[in-house]
Design a protein around this ligand. Structure first.
Ligand SMILES: [Zn+2]
Length: 342
């Protein structure tokens, strides 16, 4: 099969479009003919390499897959060959206490397609039967592939971790990112007021179209000042963080008393500090969040099928141009998802 493979970590140039062996499947897995694979910032981290994480090389990246079942293992009973599917990115043991409690993103063996195992930037990918989700027939393959990772991540952050309530104020950083565009929609779905940030007027306009009530251009305005102005000096109940070093101080300063900051990443760096006086006297909560559960993703897919949550695609590249797609994603120009078509 054709696949995007890297044999060493590095820049986009390490991504090669080449022949790779078609995966063999065990009895409880399926082989999926990939039609579309959406990119995530995670793909860039995996390609560059993360200190202390021994990614198997050579490696096929790609976590967000939509396609058709090409082959099923002997024990597979819930999907058939030819069926269209969207894949849950998270792969876990299915047997431990966390998995049995439905908290598969807390499984010690949890990984994503394209992370410690080969992913979907290829003509075929293998995965456990339990990762197959019904295909939303109102969407194209490219749109369907744009949903799983960012929507389950944003849902887990806002609903499970921050416990967002109707009427609360949410500050969504980086509205143009995949998780940002998902967070705006989920926050509105739960009846919150959304303040979204982005670095140019075109992105701010798109954030408004997605439902943001207020927008802040973080290049021309100081986030904390605008949040204070919009909220009548109160601050927001929830800050949706994934940017890291570049926005951390603004995020903390934007919180109302008893506010919650929830974070799933740090695209601009891991270093952050906090003045402990504000943490305790203002009774702030700092919440870490990692991916999401299969159950949450099933809820998300229901809402996508009903048209209540919508994929946001910026640009589609052919699989062979994965390196160009990575370069584009790293440039930060996009609003929404960058997708590979296979
Ligand atoms: Zn487990």
């Amino acid at each position: 099969m054709k696949a995007i493979v890297f044999h060493q970590h590095g820049g986009p140039e390490v991504l090669h479009y080449e022949d790779a062996p078609q995966p063999a499947i065990p009895a409880n897995e399926v082989l999926v003919r990939v039609k579309a694979c959406a990119l995530n910032h995670l793909d860039i981290w995996v390609r560059v390499g993360i200190p202390g994480v021994p990614f198997p090389l050579p490696h096929i990246p790609g976590s967000d897959v939509a396609g058709e079942i090409a082959q099923i293992g002997a024990d597979v009973t819930t999907v058939r060959v030819g069926q269209k599917v969207v894949l849950a990115p998270g792969v876990s043991c299915g047997k431990c206490a966390a998995c049995l409690a439905g908290q598969d993103n807390r499984c010690r063996q949890f990984t994503n397609l394209g992370y410690m195992i080969d992913g979907g930037c290829a003509e075929f990918v293998r995965c456990p039967e339990v990762n197959c989700l019904p295909f939303p027939e109102n969407l194209s393959f490219e749109e369907a592939a744009s949903i799983p990772l960012v929507f389950q991540t944003a849902w887990h952050m806002l609903v499970a971790r921050a416990e967002l309530q109707p009427g609360e104020d949410v500050l969504v950083l980086g509205a143009g990112s995949g998780v940002g565009s998902a967070a705006i929609q989920i926050s509105k779905f739960f009846g919150a007021r959304v303040i979204a940030t982005a670095g140019n007027e075109a992105k701010l306009e798109k954030a408004k179209q997605l439902g943001a009530d207020h927008v802040i251009n973080h290049k021309s305005h100081k986030i904390r000042d605008e949040v204070r102005r919009i909220t009548g000096k109160r601050g927001v109940d929830v800050v949706f963080e994934h940017v890291g070093t570049a926005t951390w101080d603004e995020s903390i300063a934007s919180l109302a008393a008893s506010g919650r900051l929830v974070t799933c990443g740090a695209t601009t760096g891991y270093a952050a500090k906090i003045d402990l006086r504000f943490l305790f006297s203002r009774q702030l909560s700092l919440l870490g969040s990692y991916m999401g559960t299969k159950s949450e993703l099933q809820t998300v897919m229901k809402l996508v099928t009903a048209g209540r949550l919508k994929p946001v695609i910026d640009r589609v590249f052919p699989l062979a141009e994965a390196a160009a797609a990575h370069t584009y994603l790293e440039s930060g120009q996009q609003f929404g998802k960058v997708v590979l078509r296979i």
